[in-house]
Write a protein that binds this ligand. Structure first.
Ligand code: C2E
Ligand code: MG
Ligand code: MG
Ligand code: MG
Length: 294
């Protein structure tokens, strides 16, 4: 903000800002070190087909356990990684770790697919290499068919970033990797993007799911989103389903997939393997009665 002011040279920082900036610089330093030392791990959250109850895919979610700060939310450090360019090495680490873990599941005969979050800054890396090439090479290296991977992007990638991004996304889609629109409803929601971009699936943001049973107007909004998606032939994933009531409401509306703490929290790769090996095609349909018994 200081820079936008014409006489920015004489801007003073408030004490709070100094503390904030110091904390942020410190976090940035730690992040730099963490990237060098790979102090991250991935967790995987199941995504469930609301009709069959089967787990069809898992979303890879990054975790950073800092010795000083403890567990730091990706909401806090991904933006810093994006601003500093650290997202390049971090994004590649995420991709390779996710594919390594997926190859291991496939080796056990668990042929699920995996969602990887990709930020706009990853479209073209600092060496000028497009994410299309990075992804294509990684798939070949790990011997994973493109259909088992999809990437999650947010609207901002389509709006703020370079027009090349759209071409890169098109190429990725051509490769056989589906593109999911994450956090739907929180951004600019220029609906024309839904048909102009190679989007295969829409993920409705948790903030809508939270309000789905509380607020009548939000109920109507969700209904409208589901109807719109159906008309566009775009399957829907509901994010952050925490209650049986939400599950029932969304399933009855015709929502296709659900992800949330009700079914499973994000799991380590070891716990995920155990979970998948013991999961029968949908325990969750019987969950309401099970819960009622508790
Ligand atoms: P997202 O991609 O929308 O991921 C969904 C978030 O909702 C995850 O938070 C997940 O743990 C959380 N969640 C899922 N179900 C529930 C629920 O029932 N209740 C509650 N309270 N939360 C639920 P997480 O893991 O903290 O990630 C936050 C965001 O950070 C992600 O939002 C994504 O934007 C970003 N992120 C996470 N991992 C990566 C990554 O590997 N790469 C990039 N670029 N971004 C990532
Ligand atoms: Mg996501
Ligand atoms: Mg989301
Ligand atoms: Mg999000």
């Amino acid at each position: 903000q200081a820079k936008r002011d014409g006489r920015a040279h004489y801007q003073y920082f408030s004490p709070e800002m100094n503390v904030e900036m110091l904390a942020r610089m410190h976090l940035e330093q730690r992040l730099r070190k963490a990237v060098k030392l790979s102090e991250f791990y991935l967790e995987y959250q199941p995504i469930i087909d609301m009709r069959s109850g089967a787990i069809t895919s898992v979303e890879a979610l990054i975790r950073w356990q800092d010795p000083e700060f403890g567990l730091i939310s990706p909401e806090d450090f991904i933006p810093i990684a994006e601003e500093t360019g650290l997202i390049d090495p971090l994004g590649e680490w995420i991709l390779h770790q996710a594919l390594t873990d997926l190859a291991q599941l496939h080796a056990q005969g668990l042929m699920i697919s995996m969602a990887i979050n990709v930020s706009g800054r990853q479209c073209i890396n600092s060496k000028g290499i497009s994410f299309y090439n990075v992804l294509k090479d990684a798939l070949a290296e790990h011997a994973i068919a493109a259909k088992y991977i999809h990437i999650e992007i947010t609207e901002s990638i389509l709006i703020e970033d370079k027009p090349q991004c759209l071409q890169i996304l098109d190429a990725i889609k051509q490769l056989g990797v589906d593109i999911y629109l994450d956090d739907f409803g929180t951004g600019y929601s220029a609906l024309s993007y839904l048909t102009q971009c190679p989007i295969s699936v829409i993920k409705i943001d948790k903030s809508f799911i939270d309000k789905v049973l509380v607020n009548t107007s939000d109920k109507k909004l969700i209904k409208a989103i589901v109807m719109m998606a159906k008309n566009l032939d775009l399957p829907l994933v509901a994010e952050g389903v925490e209650t049986v009531e939400q599950w029932d409401f969304l399933r009855d509306l015709g929502c296709d997939y659900a992800q949330g703490y009700l079914m499973s929290k994000p799991l380590s790769n070891i716990k995920l393997l155990a979970h998948l090996l013991q999961a029968k095609p949908f325990d969750y349909l019987t969950l309401p009665t099970e819960l009622a018994a508790v």
